[in-house]
Every structure is written in structure tokens, then in C-alpha cells.
Design a protein around this ligand. Structure first.
Ligand code: AMP
Length: 404
């Protein structure tokens, strides 16, 4: 999979179109749109600084929000230009036009090291259809295409993949890091390799379970999907915990595969249970912990792993040399049922001799909420893209890049 990166090509004086992920959260204040979290802008700085240092003329494009193919001032990328400018310590020009004469004139006027930000690619209906005209229009502005938007790489859109039909395409440094940790490192991981998977639904995670069963020494299953496994393996009843009859054969196949491959499949042995659960109000009813391998009573449901499961999982995590975690152990958005996820995050953080990779989505939120982000080797910026990469799928925004 090694793809060419910006380190492999000549950049001096070249107009370089960079697809970034500037899909930042915005809030309206006194009639103006204000960025409430600039993490995604900061994540692009290594790539942008490298390009600037090499004397490239940097043209940035991104989507923001879901404007449904129409101009919407509330989803304009305009507020990102001054924010980026202060992070880079240099001017950032903004173009209201994403393609066409005005954008082209601005691109041609850039000095080496100059930066131009184009308006939201999703103001055009063609973007999400991977329309060739839009892709050509973007390509017309530049001489090289760089994809650094890992979070959008699982989508075949004009600005993430289509544009590579018309320009030499390489990866940015953020994209490179994501591919290294979520793909290359997992091909030949240092062992023991422990995979921790959580989240709500068995069917959402089964492809990841299947693929990582072929690579891992231990797979730990937590979250809502664990109850199907517990029902099958421990023979307990699970009350009204998350479960669907059609998940049973899927889970059973994973259990059989683990046995066949000699993979240690660890599932929770206890749970925090509640008799009422309102996700929107972030409220639980009465709560208590079950005993080890104890059934969950009728009318109650599991919302987190219990302390004995944490002990079991932490002991395995402590022995690992590579750990990857995707999906929370419970309903971590509610304080009472967040402990299992935070304890697992802490166990991962404590293993300083392992490569620790947080593979996207809600586990990233849990690690950040636990204040442990700087203790991890790598935290993915992708949600859907991370999951698809871990499933072994080919991402269109990666496949279109030149091989090394
Ligand atoms: P996913 O997007 O599949 O990774 O699932 C993440 C979601 O699963 C989070 O919103 C969690 O609140 C939810 N979740 C985790 N454990 C449970 C559980 N035991 N019951 C219901 N939802 C859960």
C-alpha cells in the first residue's frame, strides 16, 4: 500500500491543490459564524508548513457541513481563512469561487509559500456524485493534487478522488500517518497484539472483527454488541440489553473463527445494568452491577462493563505490545455508564511499552474526555474512514494516489 507522499515529489514553485478536512463545527454569534473547535485545522499544519517551506503555492479545498449542493452562507469556509492565517502566521487568501476564472486568477497570483482557500466544495451538487466537470475545474487550478483529508477518504467525491484523474496525486503527512497506524503497522504488529472492539451493533462491527481475528492475539469485545456474545458463550439471559436474533449467527461465526485460529476472544463477565435508559435526556433509572457471569433480570439492560470485566481486560492490555481500540465499552456519553470506557482508556494509557492506537469515532471521544489523548501513540482523525480501513476495504481517496 505505500503511497507517494509530499516528501517524494518536487514542490518548489508548483501550484498544489490540497484536499483537507476543514469540516469544523461552527456556531452563530451576533450574526457571524464562529469556529467552536479548530482541531481539524491544526491537524493539517504539518502538511501545510511543509509545503510552504518547500516553496509550493498552496490551494486548499474542503467540504463543510451538508449544504446539499447549494450555496449557504452559514456553511461557508470563509471563517476558516483568518483562523488558519493566525495558526500559520501568514496571510491566507479566500476565494468565494471554488473553481473558474476568479479562483484561477487567484491561484496564478500566489507567490511561492502563498496560501489560498477555496469555498466549500459541497456548494456544488456534483461533489458527492464525483462529477468529472467539478473534478476538472479543481484540477485546472493546480499542477499537483495532495490528499490530506483522511476522514473523507472513504468517499469517492470530486475533491477526494475524481480530481486525481487529472493531476499527479500524492498523500499529505496526516493521511500518511493514518495509513501507517491503521494499516501498515497492523500488517506485522509487535506481539502480543490486542484488539479492543466496542460500540452498539454486532452487524456494524462484524467485518472489523473478522479481519482483525486474522491478525490479533487477543480480541476484546465490549459495548452493546457484547451481550449477544455473552448470551451465546455464558448462556445467561440478557434482559432488554441491546440484541437482535439475527446477530446470533454472526457472533457465533466469530466465536468459531477465534477458536479455529487460536485467538483469545475475551468478553465481559459483568455489567452495569439499569431499569430505564433515556439516551436523549442522558439519564439512567436505577443502576447496579451484576455479579460475575450473572444473568441480567427482565426489564433491565446492560449499559457498561463492570469492574471484573475491566480487571480481565486491563490484565490483557498490560501484556500487549500493540493495542488498537475502536468503539466504547458502554454508553460513555452518560456519566454513570462511562466508567468502563474510561477505565479501559486508562489501562491502554498505562501500557507505555506498547504502540497504542485509537482507531476512530467514539473511542477517540472517550479518550479525549478522559484526558488521556497525549498518552496514546496515535489517535485517528477518521470515523467511517477508520472503520472501513480496519475492515480491509479500499478507500477511494487513497486508491487514487500514486504508488511509491
Ligand atoms: P458505534 O458507533 O457502533 O461505535 O457505537 C457507539 C455507541 O454505542 C455509543 O453511542 C454508545 O453509547 C453505544 N453503546 C455502547 N454500549 C452500549 C450498550 N450497552 N447499550 C446501548 N448502547 C451502547
Amino acid at each position: 500500500m505505500p503511497k507517494k507522499t509530499i516528501r517524494d515529489i518536487e514542490l518548489s514553485n508548483k501550484r498544489v491543490l490540497v484536499r483537507v478536512d476543514f469540516n469544523v463545527p461552527l456556531d452563530e454569534k451576533d450574526g457571524q459564524m464562529v469556529i467552536t473547535d479548530s482541531t481539524r485545522i491544526q491537524e493539517t499544519l504539518p502538511t501545510l508548513n511543509y509545503l510552504i517551506e518547500k516553496g509550493a503555492k498552496v490551494i486548499l479545498c474542503s467540504h463543510l457541513g451538508r449544504p446539499k449542493g447549494q450555496r449557504d452562507p452559514k456553511q461557508s469556509l470563509a471563517p476558516v481563512a483568518p483562523a488558519l492565517s493566525s495558526l500559520l502566521g501568514r496571510p491566507v487568501e479566500f476565494s468565494d469561487e471554488t473553481t473558474g476564472e476568479v479562483a484561477k486568477a487567484k491561484a496564478l497570483a500566489l507567490p511561492p509559500g502563498g496560501v489560498l482557500l477555496l469555498e466549500n466544495t459541497r456548494f456544488f451538487a456534483g461533489e458527492e456524485k464525483n462529477d468529472a466537470e467539478l473534478a476538472k475545474g479543481l484540477a485546472d487550478l493546480a499542477e499537483i493534487f495532495v490528499n490530506d483529508a483522511f476522514g473523507s477518504a472513504h468517499r469517492a467525491h470530486s475533491s477526494t478522488a475524481g480530481v486525481a484523474d487529472y493531476l499527479p496525486a500524492v498523500s499529505g503527512l496526516l493521511m500518511e500517518k493514518e495509513l501507517t497506524y491503521l494499516h501498515d503497522e497492523l500488517e506485522n504488529p509487535e506481539r502480543p497484539f490486542v484488539v479492543i472492539l466496542g460500540g452498539a451493533k454486532v452487524n456494524d462491527k462484524i467485518e472489523v472483527i473478522n479481519r482483525l481475528l486474522e491478525k490479533a492475539d487477543t480480541i476484546i469485545i465490549g459495548g452493546g454488541m457484547a451481550y449477544t456474545f455473552r448470551k451465546l458463550v455464558q448462556g445467561i439471559t440478557i434482559g432488554k440489553s441491546l440484541y437482535k436474533p439475527e446477530w446470533e449467527p454472526i457472533a457465533q461465526a466469530a466465536i468459531d473463527k477465534a477458536k479455529k485460529l487460536g485467538v483469545n476472544l475475551l468478553i465481559p463477565v459483568d455489567a452495569m445494568i439499569t431499569d430505564a435508559f433515556d439516551f436523549d435526556a442522558k439519564k439512567l433509572g436505577n443502576t447496579k452491577y451484576t455479579g460475575v457471569n450473572e444473568s441480567i433480570p427482565e426489564g433491565w439492560e446492560g449499559v457498561d462493563i463492570g469492574p471484573e470485566s475491566v480487571k480481565l481486560f486491563a490484565a490483557e492490555i498490560a501484556k500487549a505490545r500493540t493495542v488498537i481500540w475502536n468503539g466504547p465499552m458502554g454508553v460513555f456519553e452518560i456519566k454513570e455508564s462511562s466508567k468502563g470506557s474510561f477505565d479501559v482508556a486508562a489501562a491502554i494509557a498505562e501500557n507505555s511499552s506498547a504502540k497504542t492506537i485509537i482507531g476512530g469515532g467514539d473511542s477517540v471521544k472517550a479518550v479525549k474526555k478522559a484526558g488521556l489523548a497525549d498518552k496514546m501513540t496515535f489517535i485517528s482523525t477518521g470515523g467511517g474512514a477508520s472503520l472501513e480501513l480496519l475492515e480491509g476495504k479500499i478507500l477511494p481517496g487513497v486508491a487514487c494516489l500514486q504508488e511509491k
